[in-house]
Write a protein that binds this ligand. Structure first.
Ligand SMILES: Cc1cc2nc3c(=O)[nH]c(=O)nc-3n(C[C@H](O)[C@H](O)[C@H](O)COP(=O)(O)OP(=O)(O)OC[C@H]3O[C@@H](n4cnc5c(N)ncnc54)[C@H](O)[C@@H]3O)c2cc1C
Length: 461
């Protein structure tokens, strides 16, 4: 079987890897730029978090609960996956398990609520964790005002150095002799009848195959729009995110240290990259088009948060690299994974901030489908040709959005006047969001808070 994969991020590489292992005769053409422009996987920490990503209310919401259960299923794949990858590639992987979740006062009480919700979830699922004294966390040395009041250690949630991970996978694929790795972009895919016949590359070449997998991350919609598919997929936006690589030498953490989610993003985190470097993340700005560079405010707020909330000695760390990656974010914030109505086309994108963590599970499901087997996990929530899933009621969405907007402001140095300013802002945002909901006809459903600007500026009709 000749399989064509568009995209050389974590989903493209892990899927190619699974396909090779599943069928000794499979031949793969893997298409993606060798410089991995915009690759979210390479900008990630990369953390294996499902519990640490829980918000207050996640598990009470049916859709969010389903998504959480999918993410949670991916976590136990990692120890074996990494050990096998390390031995097959001969390349050492840097990774570890155990995450310190801290609760400080870097924003308002929303993060206290999220911290409590994470503990409640750990209890509900009987997941291993322990309460720890924040001051006992190795190499955690926040400023006086940035210090945590509470902390827990979540044993099963870890991290991996994504650069070595991607490199290890590439080596296995290339060494197999069955993968043709093409340094190009897929511009479009060509439909003939109920099949894709070939992919058209940016250099004009055509690549023919029996099965096609569109795994190009945030550029998915650009490829679909340039193709003659005659089917509708939800739009995928560019969740532009930056992270910083610091040379931290003796200050390097042994484990990931992170806050709960804050203001529509994942809070501040620091993850070991190797024994002398630390990755600080992450920002998130959802846009209809890609950005090539992080903006000054992103870098400022990450550095400030890292020095105040993780380790004040980072003032002397070298800033080695500013990463930028495009998180594929769908028009309802739920991933698109699985079969399409074109018989030889599979897609996986829209994984937002969990795609690296979920990649062993997603790739296993995709490989099963390619060989006409049932996917390991029921993917019906992620049906690529669905109408938008309405995750929230209108009132829920507005309440969450107002809470997160004000929470985000605190992360960006907001100091309210000593009067009713915060209550007034809450009223103002609530009115504004009610008007926005009316203007887009969202009467009995709520706009996902992350996508407010995509609705406000007409990028989602
Ligand atoms: C700052 C940041 C931090 C993150 N932290 C985490 C984390 O801690 N844990 C986690 O699980 N997830 C995290 N994520 C999210 C995660 O990185 C993504 O969900 C996941 O990596 C998406 O993988 P992908 O393979 O679909 O896309 P990508 O990793 O973006 O890969 C797509 C690849 O396809 C290439 N490409 C683009 N267009 C084309 C085309 N037309 N033809 C061929 N190739 C193309 C790109 O150059 C790229 O190499 C983070 C993301 C960011 C940006």
């Amino acid at each position: 079987m000749q399989i064509v994969i568009a995209g050389n991020g974590i989903l493209g590489l892990t899927t190619a890897y699974r396909l090779l292992r599943k069928d000794a005769d499979a031949k793969i053409t893997l298409i993606g730029p060798y410089d991995n422009k915009g690759c979210a996987s390479l900008a990630a920490a990369a953390m294996f978090n499902s519990f640490a990503e829980i918000d207050n209310g996640t598990l009470a919401n049916d859709i969010e609960r389903q998504k959480f259960l999918f993410n949670k299923t991916a976590t136990p794949y990692w120890p074996d996956f990494l050990a096998t990858l390390q031995s097959e590639s001969g390349l050492r992987q840097e990774y570890g398990f155990g995450t310190f979740l801290i609760n400080n006062h870097g924003s308002d009480c929303l993060e206290d609520q999220n911290f409590d919700a994470i503990i409640a979830a750990l209890e509900e699922f009987n997941e291993a964790y322990e309460h720890v004294k924040p001051e006992s966390i190795p190499n955690y040395k926040p400023s006086v005002t940035g210090r945590a009041a509470r902390a827990i250690f979540i044993n099963g949630e870890g991290w991996v150095n994504p650069v070595l991970l991607i490199e290890g996978l590439k080596q296995i694929l290339i060494n197999s002799g069955r993968v043709n790795y093409v340094n190009a972009y897929v511009k479009a895919i060509h439909r003939e009848g109920d099949k894709i016949s070939h992919a058209i590359l940016n250099n004009g070449e055509k690549v023919y195959g029996d099965q096609f997998l569109l795994l190009s991350g945030a550029t998915f919609t650009d490829i679909v729009n340039a193709s003659n598919l005659d089917i509708d997929f939800l739009r995928i936006f560019y969740g532009v995110g930056s992270s910083l690589l610091l040379k931290t030498d003796a200050m390097t953490l042994a484990n990931c240290v992170r806050t709960p989610n804050r203001g529509l993003a994942c809070g501040i985190y620091s993850a070991p990259h190797d024994s002398s470097h630390t990755l600080i993340g992450a920002t998130n700005n959802i846009m209809p088009y890609p950005a090539d560079n992080a903006n000054a405010n992103n870098v400022y707020s990450l550095l400030k948060s890292a020095m105040e909330q993780v380790n004040t000695d980072y003032y002397r760390a070298e800033l080695v690299k500013i990463n930028i990656g495009w998180r594929p974010t769908s028009a309802d914030t739920i991933p698109l994974i699985g079969k399409t109505s074109i018989s030889n086309l599979l897609v996986a994108t829209g994984t937002k901030r969990d795609g690296l963590h979920c990649s062993p599970l997603i790739s296993e499901c995709l490989a099963n489908i390619v060989f006409n087997e049932n996917p390991t996990y029921d993917l019906s929530l992620f049906n690529p040709e669905r109408a938008p899933v309405r995750i929230y009621t209108r009132d829920e969405a507005i309440k969450i959005a107002v809470g997160h907007t004000i929470n985000a402001a605190y992360q960006h140095d907001f100091v309210p006047a000593k009067n009713r300013m915060v209550e007034d802002l809450e009223k103002y945002y609530t009115q504004d969001l009610n008007k926005l909901h009316d203007s887009v006809g969202a009467y009995d459903w709520g706009i996902p808070p992350e996508l407010i600007n995509m609705y406000r500026y007409g990028h989602i009709k």
